[in-house]
Design a protein around this ligand. Sequence first.
Ligand code: SIN
Length: 288
Amino acid sequence: MGQATVVDEIVVTPQETGFGALIEGVDLSRPPSPSALAQIKAAWARHSVVAFPDQPLSLEALEAFTQAIGPFGEDPFIAPMPGHPNVLELRREPDEKATNFGAGWHSDWSFQKAPPAATLLRSQVIPPVGGDTLFADCSRAYEALSPVMQAMLEGLRAVHSASRAYGTQGVFAKETAKRTMEIIVSPEADKTLTHPLVRTHPVTGRKALFVSPVYTVGIEGMTVKESQAVLGFLFAHIVQDEFVYRHKWRKDMLLMWDNRCTVHFAEGGYDGHLRVLHRTTVAGDVPV
Ligand code: SIN
């Protein structure tokens, strides 16, 4: 861990690598004070992935804190929790054999016109082994590219689609193994749209690569082979160890990440154990 800074009671401890931070000294079961909220937002903008340990939040408290960050985003293709239209339960039973949810690098719902700025994930049941969530820093990955490569990517538009996951020919459409989470396969998921391949963060002004192997299916104006070559290079570049933070869960932890400048991957390795987390999203802007 890096050097902690204390302002009011909030303690922000950056990870050693400078990507990700721990936030302590705040009880999120109550509305945070305006000053605490401002500090949390500033830490989130600076560190991209912030973890709040020891937060045994009710679903209502999770919803309230989410709305303190911003209005709810729209969560397509997964049935929400009964009575909680903005909360998804990420649940995998001990006897499930289907690939765990989120097991591919992605930025949440990047196929939407205005993808979510934040995702919040609160742990309820954490398996004794496996189940880490990995994050890659797409700002640092962009900054590490040569000026020549940066100039080549600048101005390109990447094609995003939910088709590989939720489309009519996608992974979930073909799945036969039992899955507890109710996935909604839909022709809507086969649609495509484009976003800048390099986007600028609306708060920090930093540029970040905005592509992922799950939802980016091409580059506008390029042949399939050209797109595959460029995207293949970028996907491998982004997930190098030097850009990755491995989040190890404990029960009652809340994690909040920035989908505008990170991608993430949910690791498996916990067959035979229950894993339950609750997830909300905060609406974002149209990427520029
Ligand atoms: C996801 O939101 O992609 C899943 C994250 C996780 O289950 O760790």
